[in-house]
Design a protein around this ligand. Structure first.
Ligand SMILES: Cc1ncc(COP(=O)(O)O)c(C=O)c1O
Length: 399
C-alpha cells in the first residue's frame, strides 16, 4: 500500500464539513459564536473574521496607517512566509527586513533594535512553527521607536509564552486557517486586538468588505471535502503526485482579494475548536520523539524553543549542516513516504521583484539567506504514526 504523509495539516471529518454546510444552508444569520469563543480563549476584546491570514495582516496595516498616516515602513522578519511581504505591498507600505537568529528562528535582537524609527509603522513577528517569539522584546523595541507591534500567529494558534497566547502579545495579532495550520478550514483568518482605537480603525477597513460569493462558497465546500479525504496518508500520494495542484509552493503575490470570513469556514472552525488542544498536544509529542531521535546527530540542528515557550509545532523544523545535506535528507525522506520539505524557498530579501518595495537600498540579511538554504521540516500532525517517526529516525541516522 502506498503511504504518503502530508507535510502539515489538521484532520477534518467529512461529517464536520457536511454539518457545517447544512448549518450555513439552514441559517442566514451572522453567527458570532466562533469569535466569542476565540475572544474568551485568547482573552481579547475584539475579534474580526477575514478571508485569510494575509488579508488579516493587510487590514491591520491599513487600520494602523489610519492612526499614523505618515509612517510607511513595516519591519518584518527576513525569513517568513512570502504572504507577509505580499500583505505589506498590498497595503501600499514599504518593507524593512529584520535579520533572523537561526538558533531560535526569532528576529535577531540587534536586528530589531537597529530598525530605524523615523517612519516606522510597526514591527511584525512570525512565530514560525508555533515557536513563540520574544513578544516582550518586540513590544519594548516598538515602544522605543513609537511604533506598533503586530503579533503574527498565523502558524501559532494554541502556542504560548509564559502563559500568554501567541498572537496576543502585540497591539494587534492574527491567525490563519489555511491548509497546513493548527486548525485548517482551507482558508480564513482572524484579527485580534485589545485596543479600542485600533479595533475602531480596523472596523473602518472591514465594514465595507464583501461577503464570500455563492460560487466561492461552493468551491470552498468542494475543497474542504477533498481536504478531509486526501490528507489521510493512505490517499495523500494522489494529490501529491499532481504537480498542477502546486501543493506546498510559496508565491509572492500582493494582488489577493480581501473579503469577510466565509460562513462555511466559520461553521467548520466552530466544530474543530474543541480539538485544537488535542491536535497540538499530539504535534508536540511527535516533535519530542523526533528531537530525541536526533540527539547526537551532528548533521542537523533543532531550533531552540525559549524558556516558558509552549510551541504547537505545526511542523518540526531542522537546520541541516549545509544545503546539499538538506536536499539529500528531503529527497530520502520523501522517497520513504514522509512529507519533508525545504521551507520558504528564499529569504524575503531575495524574493523576485521585491526590490522596489524595500524601505532601504542595501537590504540583504545573510543569516536569513543562509537559513533558507538549510532549513527543512518534518510532519508532526495527528496523522503521523509511530512507524512514520521511526522511518524519519532511520533515514536521518544515515547522515
Ligand atoms: C507566518 C505566516 N504569516 C502569514 C500567513 C498568511 O496566512 P494565509 O495563508 O491564511 O494568507 C502565513 C501563511 O502561511 C504564515 O505562515
Amino acid at each position: 500500500m502506498l503511504r504518503s504523509v502530508a507535510p502539515a495539516g489538521t484532520p477534518v471529518e467529512i461529517t464536520q464539513v457536511l454539518r457545517s454546510a447544512a448549518a450555513v444552508a439552514l441559517s442566514a444569520r451572522e453567527d458570532e459564536e466562533l469569535f466569542q469563543r476565540l475572544a474568551t480563549r485568547l482573552k481579547v476584546r475584539h475579534v474580526f473574521g477575514i478571508s485569510s491570514g494575509r488579508s488579516a495582516l493587510a487590514l491591520i496595516l491599513r487600520g494602523l496607517s489610519r492612526l499614523k498616516p505618515d509612517h510607511r515602513v513595516v519591519a518584518i522578519p527576513a525569513y517568513t512566509c512570502f504572504t507577509v511581504p505580499a500583505a505589506v505591498v498590498h497595503a501600499r507600505l514599504k518593507i524593512h527586513p529584520v535579520e533572523i537568529d537561526p538558533a531560535t528562528l526569532d528576529c535577531d535582537p540587534d536586528g530589531l533594535e537597529n530598525v530605524p524609527g523615523d517612519d516606522l509603522l510597526c514591527l511584525v513577528s512570525s512565530n514560525l512553527f508555533g515557536l513563540t517569539n520574544d513578544g516582550a522584546r518586540f513590544r519594548a523595541a516598538a515602544r522605543v521607536k513609537g511604533a506598533f507591534f503586530i503579533d503574527d500567529a498565523a502558524q501559532a494558534l494554541g502556542a504560548s509564552r509564559n502563559g500568554c497566547p501567541a498572537g496576543t502579545m502585540g497591539d494587534a495579532g492574527f491567525y490563519s486557517f489555511g491548509r497546513g495550520k493548527a486548525l485548517a478550514a482551507v482558508e480564513g483568518g482572524v484579527i485580534v486586538t485589545n485596543s479600542d482605537d485600533i479595533a475602531a480603525a480596523i472596523r473602518e477597513e472591514t465594514q465595507n468588505l464583501a461577503s464570500s460569493s455563492v460560487l466561492h462558497s461552493a468551491e470552498l465546500l468542494f475543497q474542504m471535502l477533498v481536504y478531509s479525504v486526501f490528507l489521510n496518508p493512505r490517499l495523500y500520494w494522489l494529490p501529491n503526485s499532481l504537480p498542477f495542484l502546486k501543493l506546498g509552493s510559496t508565491e509572492f503575490n500582493p494582488a489577493f482579494r480581501d473579503y469577510r470570513m466565509s460562513a462555511l469556514v466559520r461553521e467548520l472552525l466552530l466544530r474543530q475548536m474543541g480539538m485544537l488542544d488535542e491536535f497540538n498536544r499530539t504535534r508536540r509529542e511527535n516533535a519530542l520523539v523526533l528531537a530525541g531521535a536526533l540527539e547526537g546527530n551532528s548533521s542537523f540542528t533543532k531550533p531552540r524553543s525559549a524558556d516558558g515557550c509552549l510551541p504547537n509545532y505545526i511542523r518540526f523544523p531542522l537546520i541541516a549542516r549545509d544545503e546539499a545535506t538538506r536536499d539529500r535528507a528531503v529527497r530520502e525522506l520523501r522517497a520513504a513516504g514522509i512529507g519533508a520539505g525545504p521551507f520558504y524557498p528564499s529569504a524575503v530579501c531575495d524574493i523576485e521583484g521585491i526590490a522596489p518595495h524595500m524601505a532601504l537600498g542595501n537590504f540583504h540579511c545573510a543569516k536569513a539567506e543562509d537559513l533558507s538554504r538549510r532549513l527543512f521540516t518534518i510532519p508532526t500532525h495527528p496523522y503521523v504514526q509511530a512507524r512514520d517517526l521511526h522511518t524519519v529516525a532511520e533515514v536521518l541516522e544515515r547522515f
